[in-house]
Design a protein around this ligand. Structure first.
Ligand SMILES: NC(=O)c1ccc[n+]([C@@H]2O[C@H](COP(=O)([O-])OP(=O)(O)OC[C@H]3O[C@@H](n4cnc5c(N)ncnc54)[C@H](OP(=O)(O)O)[C@@H]3O)[C@@H](O)[C@H]2O)c1
Length: 284
């Protein structure tokens, strides 16, 4: 299988495909899922402090025996960790939890709090060699341009909800001046049956001998999105990576593009998201 890579605006090459560990409960289950993925050739894991399983990711990297330089680890800072000085300290704790000398990609998880102060510390961490690339997640309001304009190092990625029902073309146009690329969360709609069972995926699956999910994931790859579907099911972990031996035609890509109907699966207002932040402060 030939994994594809995306060259970020800072020159680093990220594996375009990986595995997410959102809602994988606890370090033991996370370690097990990551080890299964590494065995199959995955080299990219997407975690976050808020997922409370960074230690499981770090343990899997160590136990895999794969050189650290061959694995891409993304993690995310929670707003309670934002602020000059405060973010630098949070990064040190992250490195300890992940049991690593550096983080490949560090993101601001949410667009609240002192994100400009946090970004300054993240830029310093890049200069100090503690972090290779920095980016943002869920910045879809005007705070996106505010941060991009203030930044000395422009965000390499923006991680947002993105799938065939919500393709984020307007956001991609806003990111173009900064060279920032999209990472898709909910790449298969968080497992939504209606999305997965769309007839166009069934027809293409029949043509290529692939499942509907594999067609969706292949569409993301050819669209240029970076993806990391989550799974703890070994069969799914295997199937999701088996998408590099066929190619959708331009007409087939267009047929999938026509599914874009503006439907998001995560619909909480910004005000409610901000209100909820206070109820959740990830433990060390
Ligand atoms: N930055 C953010 O705010 C944010 C928000 C959400 C997600 N994310 C990131 O994006 C990653 C992916 O998002 P997600 O996990 O929420 O959604 P997702 O990857 O779109 O969907 C995951 C769901 O699909 C199922 N699934 C996986 N492969 C399948 C297959 N081949 N056939 C059928 N079902 C399959 C999984 O169940 P099984 O485990 O049973 O396979 C799980 O229920 C997360 O893990 C996280 O890293 C980031």
């Amino acid at each position: 299988m030939n994994q594809t890579y995306v060259t970020l605006n800072d020159g680093n090459k990220i594996p375009q495909f990986g595995m997410g560990v959102f809602m994988v409960e606890g370090d033991a289950a996370t370690k097990e899922a990551c080890l299964e993925a590494f065995k199959l050739g995955y080299r990219h894991i997407d975690t976050a402090h808020a997922y409370q399983n960074e230690r499981g990711v770090g343990a899997a990297v160590k136990e895999s025996g794969i050189p650290r330089s061959e694995i891409w680890i993304t993690t995310k800072l929670w707003p309670s960790e934002y602020g000059e000085g405060k973010t630098a300290a949070a990064i040190e704790k992250m490195l300890a939890r992940l049991d690593t000398d550096y983080i490949d990609l560090l993101l601001l998880h949410q667009q609240f709090g002192d994100y400009l102060g946090a970004w300054k510390d993240m830029e310093k961490a890049v200069k100090a060699g503690k972090v290779r690339s920095i980016g943002i997640s869920n910045f879809e309001s005007e705070r996106l341009e505010e941060l991009c304009e203030a930044a000395s190092i422009k965000p390499s990625v923006l991680q947002v909800e993105c799938h065939p029902y919500y393709q984020q073309n307007a956001l991609k146009a806003r990111l173009a001046p900064y060279g920032t690329v999209i990472e898709s969360w909910y790449p298969i709609g968080h497992g939504d049956k209606a999305l997965i069972n769309e007839p166009v995926f069934t027809a293409l699956g029949g043509k290529y001998g692939k499942s509907n999910v594999q067609i969706i994931l292949r569409w993301h790859i050819q669209e240029g999105n970076i993806i990391f579907p989550k799974s703890t099911n070994p069969q799914h972990i295997n199937d999701n990576f088996d998408i590099f031996d066929f190619e959708l035609t331009d007409e087939e890509m267009d047929a999938i593009r026509r599914l874009d109907n503006g439907m998001r699966f995560f619909n909480m207002s910004l005000a409610d998201q901000e209100k909820n932040l206070g109820q959740f402060v990830p433990a060390d």
